[in-house]
Design a protein around this ligand. Structure first.
Ligand SMILES: [Zn+2]
Length: 307
């Protein structure tokens, strides 16, 4: 099932384990883990212990897994709500851990997962969470921005300007900064293809990508002057308001960035939440600050994607 072709895989029904879930005494469901996901969860547990984050409760989620990183690490996601129903009219995609040295966003998605698992119903909505997009960069003893092959996954999307500008700007503007290498060619990285396929498969009404440490909320997507852009702008302002007036800033897009591909080119409202810092001891504070804002975003029925 680990095809290298991105036309397949995440866009098809994945081969998730289908054994019936076991119900624990606390009415919580536990899912059987495949050997691959099981060792993934062990790596995750080690990091959670090192950062004093407690138990990620990996076995409490039904993981989808059809693709590995180039180093062989599973790229996983989970879905809340029923696929292929009217619920999909309101679909939110969360992406965390795109840059592994940004430690706090990883825990942010696990806090989100716990919240969704314990406190929410999903009758009229779908929430898709990829809590650790680039696991190789996070699982290293000293996490890095780039993935296991030294590529900045957020400069690797096949945007229209990639061929002409990605390498040129990397050389001219960034002095070939290794932390921002856009890759040998567009969509060369499994972590990029993984995110693209999630977007193509679920056609989210909105994408929320969590990074650190720029301390801003950024929006890319339909123009704020058209109707769809207006509802996207309302959500942006509400997200800020519900997190103590968190700063909204229009950060530039780059060749190969998610905001460029998903927001500008695919016209999907794409929000980048940049947390204030990468200090693992601060994660509880950040979740408290943004919880209401994230729940509000999930509940918000926006116009469906144009294409
Ligand atoms: Zn980042």
């Amino acid at each position: 099932m680990h095809s290298s072709s991105w036309a397949q895989s995440e866009t098809l029904t994945p081969s998730a384990p289908e054994s019936p879930p076991a119900v624990t005494e606390a009415k919580e469901v536990t899912y059987p883990l495949t050997p691959e996901i099981s060792s993934y969860c062990k790596e995750l547990n080690k990091k959670f212990t090192a950062y004093k984050w407690g138990d990620p409760a990996c076995e409490k989620y039904k993981w989808n897994h059809v693709r590995n990183s180039n180093l062989g690490t599973p790229l996983i996601w989970t879905v809340f709500g029923e696929e292929d129903t009217a619920a999909a009219e309101n679909t939110t995609l969360f992406l965390c851990g795109v840059h592994g040295d940004e430690i706090t966003p990883v825990k942010f998605c696990w806090d989100l997962l716990e919240e969704l698992r314990k406190n929410h119903e999903f009758k009229d909505k779908l929430v898709v969470v990829a809590p650790l997009v680039a696991p190789d960069s996070f699982f290293k003893p000293h996490p890095t921005r780039t993935n296991g092959r030294g590529v900045d996954v957020n400069r690797n999307f096949p945007t229209k300007d990639w061929k002409a500008d990605a390498h040129r700007k990397w050389k001219d503007n960034l002095g070939k900064d290794k932390r921002k290498f856009p890759g040998p060619h567009a969509a060369s990285e499994q972590e990029t293809i993984f995110q693209m396929n999630l977007i193509l498969r679920y056609k989210p009404n909105k994408v929320i990508s969590v990074h650190a440490p720029l301390t801003i909320l950024d929006y890319d997507g339909p123009s704020l002057s058209i109707e769809k852009g207006k509802s996207a702008k309302v959500l942006l302002e509400q997200m800020s308001e519900k997190s103590s007036g968190y700063k909204i800033s229009n950060y530039p897009i780059f060749p190969g960035s998610l905001g460029n591909w998903s927001g500008k080119e695919k016209h999907i409202p794409t929000y980048t939440l940049e947390l204030p810092n990468t200090n693992p001891a601060e994660t509880n504070r950040f979740w408290s600050l943004f919880k209401d804002s994230m729940v509000y975003a999930i509940e918000n029925k926006m116009k469906p994607p144009v294409d």
